[in-house]
Design a protein around this ligand. Sequence first.
Ligand SMILES: Nc1ncnc2c1ncn2[C@@H]1O[C@H](COP(=O)(O)OP(=O)(O)O)[C@@H](O)[C@H]1O
Ligand SMILES: [Mg+2]
Length: 277
Amino acid sequence: MTALLAVRDLTVTHRRDGDEVAALKDISLDIAVGERLAVIGESGSGKSTLALAIAGLLPASARIDGRIDWSLPSPPSWGVKERQPKFVPLGGRDIGFVFQDPSASLDPVMPVGKQIAEVAHTHLGLNWPQAYAKAKTLLERVRLPDPDGALRAFPHQLSGGQKQRIAIAAAIAAGPKLLIADEATSALDTIVQAEIVTLIRQLVAEDGMTLLFISHDIALAAALAERIAVFRHGGLVEIGAARQIVSGPRHAYTRSLLDAHLGLDAIPLSRQAGTSA
Ligand SMILES: Nc1ncnc2c1ncn2[C@@H]1O[C@H](COP(=O)(O)OP(=O)(O)O)[C@@H](O)[C@H]1O
Ligand SMILES: [Mg+2]
């Protein structure tokens, strides 16, 4: 098993108004090339801090101790960041990043086709006609109805699920090795959420990407990932095969996540299945 990246003794402390918050405490884990790893835990457990640390997107005010070692020829770098300072970069050749809120990463005054094409233009060196052709192919791959119309659409003309499909298209436009999806389906309703999870699984398989899927939802994590890491209060509670985490969790906290999920979903799930049309 070749590691794409190795996180070693990573401790991240955020500073806000003179207060210090230990968002990650002494985390070590590997992500293997081509694997699908989910990180789960309740709000504030440090999931996003880990994702941002891996992507090199933590705010300058954060104190970072420990290391992240990549098995890439050169450390990951972003190109779009400098040119689009208001919006967080979405995609590069090493990492594609999908956030919970696509509005935070899509530029509201730029047609979405251009935003996808820009990733291909910047990171793959395609000329603009080639980059737009690539963007159209990507819109087909993420199953946007009417890809030609969608190329020219602005974010506000699209639904939440469609915007997230655009964000995914931009994230994978430069063929990243690692796709990070941080609560990428959490703001969507249940049916759209399932569609986006299916889409992510297909794209990851087709492109041979490594996936870091971040969610508070253990069932979604188990549906998508081969391994699950459970975080709590900035610490790694346990990590193991998804099947083992779901069927034989070693830690009481993981069991409580499972129990909470089963308790909530036992009845509504079957009813949704009957009313989804
Ligand atoms: N930029 C920041 N400045 C100050 N505190 C932060 C910042 N980002 C996250 N935190 C704090 O760090 C902890 C972990 O946050 P986060 O990584 O966002 O958790 P999660 O994604 O699991 O909800 C929380 O207590 C949160 O309030
Ligand atoms: Mg988060």
